[in-house]
Design a protein around this ligand. Structure first.
Ligand SMILES: Cc1cc2nc3c(=O)[nH]c(=O)nc-3n(C[C@H](O)[C@H](O)[C@H](O)COP(=O)(O)OP(=O)(O)OC[C@H]3O[C@@H](n4cnc5c(N)ncnc54)[C@H](O)[C@@H]3O)c2cc1C
Length: 435
């Protein structure tokens, strides 16, 4: 008789925390065999991607190696991309992996499970708008963020070194979607322009040569946040000179720029799409599991999928109902973290044959960082109620969120050591990635 086999697919904000805690709780005592499958070798906390894209955060200094994490926390790690599921045989199908030359390094394989947790995250949703897939940058993965950072840097180097006087259209970036990602990226790019000038890109006058445009279909930016916060962020962007257009729907993207429903055209060398998410498309037809129009797996309040009690889903790829509203739990790292914490308890109950707890989402508030200029947000707690915060305290709280994720993965002391090491590195290294 083998120990209970728990397979988690997706080692992101939620999945890696879950694998780590299950490994520490059950894997080390042999009470269960915990396996994490991920398409990549390393984990980077996704909310950092806009900073990676701007070059203000070096992705390679802060990633977590799955192999090492698995070794330290008593779970198995398998590299590979899930592309199928056999519910009758209880097997996850993993596509073969290839190296850069196309040589197969891992053949197709099936991983058996008793309990399966799908934590596959999300990808950008282009809503079928023509030209978006071809001409826009998405911030779904580190490689995309790295490629965008290199493209931005190349543009600045070209303008700085070209004999002709810089023209207004050479450093234009249009960001579509003024949710947290779009707003934060706009502010980071504003900061980057000033930093580069400080590093000697002296032919560039940011106020004259750099144009940042943010386009949003809703009537206000950060529409998921309270209106006061969205107004505060809007005012700050205006002060920074970011051009914000609300109530404008993008209808087409071309190599030259972005067009909106009212006939406006916004020329841009770089276009970023941050206007919505969907769960990975292969989930839509996955072994008859129920999905919604965003391909998210519909789950019960226990996080079990509606058609298979042995399969759970968490994070962005799950549509989890909430009482008294028809909106599912929002796709945030905060929600993925809370769901991972619940599933540690659920799996303990499952192993002991007890009823499973249900998930209640607790909105702890939201924070939006406008680079080093300011941070705006609200904190929600049982004692404090809903408190708006801004400035350095908000900034500190925002930074804490990543440290809390690191603490969940490594423990308190290692997190403090990483914090110290980051502090020292920031003193020794340039504040911007320059390669
Ligand atoms: C730029 C940006 C900024 C954000 N800022 C915030 C913020 O400030 N606060 C906040 O709460 N949230 C924020 N979010 C949202 C947050 O990042 C997500 O909600 C969160 O990461 C979801 O966690 P997850 O565990 O569901 O998925 P993810 O963290 O996306 O992890 C999914 C994992 O699944 C793996 N995977 C995917 N497909 C497969 C497959 N077929 N087979 C194997 N492995 C696979 C991926 O490699 C990845 O490791 C931000 C997102 C972005 C893009």
């Amino acid at each position: 008789m083998h120990p209970h086999r728990i397979v988690i697919v997706g080692g992101g904000a939620g999945g890696l925390e879950l694998a780590t805690h299950l490994g520490d709780s059950f894997g080390c005592r042999g009470q269960a065999q915990v396996t994490l499958v991920d398409a990549r070798l390393t984990h980077l906390w996704k909310p950092l991607l806009h900073e990676v894209a701007a070059g203000t955060f070096d992705s390679h200094e802060n990633d977590v190696d799955y192999i090492a994490q698995a070794h330290q926390h008593h779970f198995d790690y398998r590299l590979g991309r899930m592309d199928g599921l056999d519910r009758a045989r209880r097997e996850v199908s993993i596509a073969p992996s290839f190296d850069e030359t196309g040589r197969e390094i891992i053949p197709r394989r099936a991983i058996p499970y008793d309990t399966l947790v799908l934590a596959l995250g999300s990808v950008s949703n282009d809503f079928g708008i023509p030209g978006v897939a071809e001409h826009c940058v998405f911030l779904d993965e580190r490689e995309q963020a790295d490629a965008f950072q290199r493209a931005v840097l190349r543009n600045y180097i070209r303008v700085q070194t070209h004999p002709e006087t810089p023209t207004a259209d050479q450093l234009q970036v249009v960001i579509v979607g003024a949710g947290a990602t779009g707003v934060e990226l706009a502010a980071e790019l504003h900061n980057v322009a000033r930093q580069l000038v400080a590093y000697g890109f002296d032919r560039i006058v940011p106020e004259r040569d750099v144009k940042l445009v943010l386009i949003e279909a809703a009537e206000r930016i950060l529409s998921a946040l309270p209106e006061r916060l969205s107004n505060a962020a809007h005012d700050e962007l205006r002060k920074l000179g970011v051009e914000v257009h609300t109530g404008r729907r993008v209808t087409r993207v071309t190599a030259e720029g972005v067009e909106t429903h009212d006939g406006r055209a916004f020329p841009a060398t770089l276009k970023v799409w941050a206007a919505g998410i969907q769960a990975p498309p292969f989930l839509r037809d996955l072994a008859g599991l129920e999905t919604n129009r965003l391909n998210q797996l519909v789950v019960q309040p226990t996080l079990q999928t509606t058609r298979d009690a042995n399969i759970f889903a968490l994070g962005d790829c799950a549509a989890c109902p909430q009482p008294r509203t028809d909106k599912p739990v929002p796709p945030t790292a905060q929600a993925a973290h809370q769901q991972a914490a619940l599933l540690v308890k659920s799996i303990r109950c499952r192993l002991r044959g007890r009823p499973l707890p249900v998930f209640t989402y607790r909105d702890r508030g939201s924070l939006v960082s406008l680079s080093h200029y300011t941070t705006v947000g609200n904190l929600m707690g049982n004692l404090t109620g809903n408190v708006m915060i801004e400035g350095w305290f908000a900034r500190l709280t925002y930074r804490m969120l990543y440290r809390l994720h690191q603490r969940a993965l490594h423990g308190t002391l290692p997190m403090l050591l990483i914090l110290l090491s980051d502090f020292l590195q920031n003193r020794a290294h340039p504040r911007l990635k320059l390669h």
